[in-house]
Every structure is written in C-alpha cells, then in structure tokens.
Design a protein around this ligand. Structure first.
Ligand code: C2E
Ligand code: CA
Ligand code: CA
Length: 504
C-alpha cells in the first residue's frame, strides 16, 4: 500500500545517498592513500620525495601522510649513516678499505696515476698492551688528524695500518717529512706515546693496476719495511721472491717443528783453550735440511723464526737436543762444556729459561756444563728485563758469553757491569787477522782491555795457523774456527775427538 511504498522509496533513497556518500568518501581517501603508497614504493626503491601535494581534509589521512614523511626523513638519515659507516673507519673518521678499493679502481679507470703509501705503526699492539686501548685509540686518531692535513685521500685498514693516496707522488724528502710529522710523540691522558712508522710506497698503475694487486703487493712491501732496516721501501719485483721465500720458510719450519721428522739437527764446533791446546767447549749450532727448500742457513731461518714468533719453539727444540747430546758426551766421559745460542726474545722469556733449568735437572747435569751465547743487541732491546733474567740465571750457576763482539755498540766498560764472563770477538775481525793490520789493531786493543776488565776472550773464525799463533801470543784465551774443525754432527764429532791432537 501507500505507506509500504513510501518506506520502500525512502529506503531506496537512503541506500542511494549512502552509496553516493561512501563513493565520495572512498575517493577522498583512496586518492591520497594511493599517492602515499606510491611514495612509500619510491622510498623502497631508494628515492625520496614529497608525499601529498594538497593536504587532505581527513585527519587520519593527514596523520598517515605525516608518518610517511617522518619515516622518509629517518630512513634518509639512517641511510646516510650506514653509507658513512660503509665507507669510513669509525674510530678515526678516515675512509676504510671498502671505500679505498672503489676509489682506487675508479681513479685508475679514469686514467689517473696515484701513489699509495702504506703506513704501519710499528708495534701498535705493544702500544695497546703498554699504554691501554684508550691511549692506543688516541694514537691512531692523532695520526689520522695529522694525515688529514695533507692533500690526498687517507684511510685506515686495520690495527695500526693507514693508507695515504695522492695524485702528486711524494719524493723521498717529502716522505721523510711525512714520517717525521707522524712520529711526533702523541700526547694522550698526560703521557707522551712514542710512535714509529714504516712506509711502503707503491706507484700505480706502474706497480699495481687493480685493488687486489695493490693490496697483495702492499703486504709484501710492508712486510719488508717492517723487517728490514730501512723505514721506507718502494715496490720492487724482487721483493716478491724474498717474501715468497720468507713465507715458505715460515710454513716449512712450522711443519718441521710439529712433526717428529729429522729435518732439524744439531752440529758441534770445538773450541780450544790456548793454554792447554785442548778442547774445552763445543758450540752447538742448528742445521735444517728441508724436503722442499733444501739446506736453509741458520742465519736466515733464525731471523725469520724470530719475526714469525717461532723462535721459542726453535730454541726449545735446540735445548732438548743439545742437553740430551751433552748428557751423552758426559756418559762417554768427556768433560767439555757446551755453548748454546740464545735469541733476544729467549732472554726475555722466563718460561723458556725455567724449562732450560728443568731439562738440565732431568739429565742430572749442572748449569756449569752449559754456556749461553747472547749478542749485544739482546741486552739493548729491553735492558732491564734481560739483565734481570741474566742475573737470575747467573745466580743459578749459568755462564754467559757476548757473541759477535765488536759489531754492536756496547763497550767493555758497559759489559763489566753485567754478569758476563766471556766475550767472543766476531769472526769478521779474525778471518783475515794474519794479513789485515786494521783487524790486528782492533783485536789487540780488545784483548788488552778485556784483561783489564777481567773478561775471557774467545776468537771465532780462526781459519789458519798464523792467526792462531797471533792470538796465542797476544793472550787470547780460546779459539774456534775451521782451522781446528768445522761444525760436526754427533757421530763425526766422536771420531774427530779420538783422532785430534786437541783431544782431551
Ligand atoms: P754465530 O753464533 O756467530 O756462530 C758462528 C758461525 O760462524 C757459525 O755459522 C759457524 O759455522 C761459523 N764459523 C765458525 N768458524 C768459522 C770459520 O773459521 N770461518 C767461517 N767463515 N765461519 C766460521 P752457522 O752455523 O752458519 O751459524 C750462523 C748463525 O746462526 C750463528 O752465528 C747464530 O747466530 C745462528 N745460530 C746457529 N745455530 C743457532 C741456534 O741453535 N740458536 C740460535 N738462536 N741461533 C743459532
Ligand atoms: Ca754463537
Ligand atoms: Ca759470531
């Protein structure tokens, strides 16, 4: 009926109005929302921009738009931060390795030549150990600041390794100036920290044309700069062979030390007492015959072992072998002492020295049966600790001899204050003693001073009878050298001892 019809008509109208309204609402919501969605998608693909062109009348939409805006801003700043971190060293603010790789390749790619100077803070770990990490950090920051005043690009790689890259190659004088500036002591927490650096110089693209090649060669040159006497080393092709050899010596020596194979052995060189003309001692010298490298001279691998942190193991091996051989000779009735060579680091190594004492005790030998040869530089390196250990061992009955005397700086007067009884004049003064007047003068002076200071003198490197006679006449105590005998294996030594006029 009429009422029903009216209700129906109103219902339809209401539905239509609702439909129209919701359509209207939908448009005013969906349009800004889809703009916002586009904006968010843009952000996702790394582009930032305004969100809504005209502010919406709807509160919720405005809030949403503001949220998207602030999200953009914070992502932007975080991205900036992340990019900074990806390219910089956080501690010093210098660039990092990652950045350098890209920078280097793009520079070379655009045809520029650059000079890369790798600067290594020598003993950076020791700075940390000695002065604490905060002072270590301050040292690096100070170096970074100094370097940043120079035109060019600087980066820190790791630890105390810093790179300086410049388009205007530095000459030797400029490199020295840079070194001088970097080596100014760093003031930190009221202390002055001494700094020493080594520099490796690589001219690119001449020396390296990819970042991989750059870093590989940098390691080689840096290694040389740290271990050689010169503070600055430029890349040269033959450094690679040297490095490779050093590397294989390290690898092979490690292998020889852990496996029980017989690559390592000891030989013994007799020393003769010039008063009795009889054997009084044997110097123990190590030999290494490697399956890959062949015979490696002890001078060479001992130095490398010291640098590679292997010397403790080497000396340990030498101690064991020498003391067991000494026990064998005692058993056979021989009374000579044995002289063992120690390295700088050995003198500072209390654990190793304690082991020496217990090895002797195990074999029932007394410390008097052993003589320890050390060089002057061993005493200069860390004088106080070395001297403390020296005194302690002397109190236990050990004897020390200064090896290679005359090649270093210490005077006899200085040695007088150390628990040292014997000096060994270096063979460089003895080898041509019979003919070289200079050597004669030096040796004569050393001998007369030594008698004033009450030190025994051994001359090593005696190769002829004439030199032996001179030394005897001038009051030298003991001689050692090829003229008497070359170093001999245990077996050869026994037959030598039975046939020589110098036998006990
Ligand atoms: P060093 O302690 O000065 O040893 C003396 C070196 O002179 C030995 O060389 C010996 O063979 C050599 N020599 C002896 N008499 C003569 C001679 O009349 N003429 C010539 N031309 N040379 C002579 P070697 O055995 O090659 O040892 C070289 C260096 O290696 C040693 O110098 C020592 O510094 C080191 N070394 C050897 N064995 C050991 C060891 O067991 N431990 C440590 N730490 N170093 C060792
Ligand atoms: Ca020696
Ligand atoms: Ca020597």
């Amino acid at each position: 009926t009429g009422v029903q019809l009216t209700i129906f008509a109103f219902s339809i109208l209401a539905i239509l109005i609702a439909l129209g309204l919701s359509l209207l609402l939908a448009r005013s919501v969906s349009q800004p929302v889809s703009t916002l969605v586009k904006a968010v998608n843009k952000v996702a693909s790394g582009k930032y921009g305004a969100t809504l062109k005209t502010p919406s009348k709807l509160k919720e939409i405005t809030e949403l738009a503001n949220a998207v805006d602030s999200m953009q801003a914070s992502i932007k700043s975080r991205e900036k931060h992340i990019r900074y971190q990806a390219e910089h060293d956080v501690l010093t603010g210098l660039f990092n390795r990652n950045y350098v790789e890209g920078y280097f390749e793009s520079e070379l790619g655009s045809g520029h030549s650059v000079q890369v100077v790798a600067i290594t803070v020598i003993g950076f770990r020791t700075i940390n150990d000695l002065y604490g990490y905060s002072n270590g950090d301050n040292t690096l920051k100070a170096l970074a600041e100094r370097l940043q005043r120079w035109p060019g690009t600087s980066a820190r790689l790791a630890g105390g390794e810093i790179l300086y890259i410049t388009h205007d190659a530095l000459n030797d004088d400029q490199l020295e100036t840079l070194k001088h500036i970097l080596e100014q002591p760093v003031e930190s927490n009221l202390i002055a920290i001494p700094v020493k650096v080594a520099m490796a110089v690589i001219d690119c693209p001449k020396d390296a044309s990819s970042s991989e090649e750059l870093f590989r060669k940098m390691n080689i040159v840096t290694d040389e700069a740290i271990h050689s006497d010169s503070w600055c080393v430029r890349y040269k092709a033959d450094l690679e062979d040297k490095y490779t050899r050093r590397l294989s010596i390290t690898t092979e020596l490690k292998r020889a030390l852990i496996s029980q194979q017989n690559e390592l052995s000891m030989v013994y060189q007799p020393k003769i007492d010039l008063q009795t003309m009889k054997v009084c001692s044997m110097e123990a010298l190590i030999r290494w015959n490697n399956s890959v490298l062949g015979f490696v001279p002890p001078d060479e691998f001992i130095t490398i072992a010291e640098q590679a942190g292997l010397i403790e193991q080497v000396t340990s091996w030498v101690m064991k072998q020498t003391i067991s051989d000494l026990a064998y000779f005692r058993e056979k009735g021989y009374g000579f002492t044995v002289a063992m060579n120690l390295s700088t680091q050995d003198i500072q190594n209390k654990v190793l020295l304690t082991k020496l004492v217990s090895l002797l005790t195990e074999e029932g030998l007394s410390p008097e049966a052993l003589e320890l040869e050390i060089t002057e530089s061993d005493l200069v390196a860390d004088a106080s600790l070395a001297i403390e250990n020296l005194n302690e061992l002397t109190a236990r009955g050990f004897h020390f001899a200064i090896d290679d005397f005359g090649t270093g700086y210490s005077s006899l007067a200085y040695l007088k204050n150390l628990p040292v009884k014997t000096i060994k004049i270096d063979k460089s003064f003895i080898l041509s003693l019979a003919s070289d007047e200079n050597d004669q003068q030096i040796v004569r002076t050393v001998l007369s001073l030594a008698s004033v200071f009450n030190l025994k003198v051994v001359a090593e490197g005696v190769e002829d009878a004439a030199s032996l006679d001179i030394l005897k006449e001038w009051g030298c105590d003991i001689v050692q050298g090829y003229y008497i005998s070359r170093p001999l294996s245990c077996a050869d030594l026994e037959s030598w001892l039975q046939n020589t006029p110098f036998g006990e």
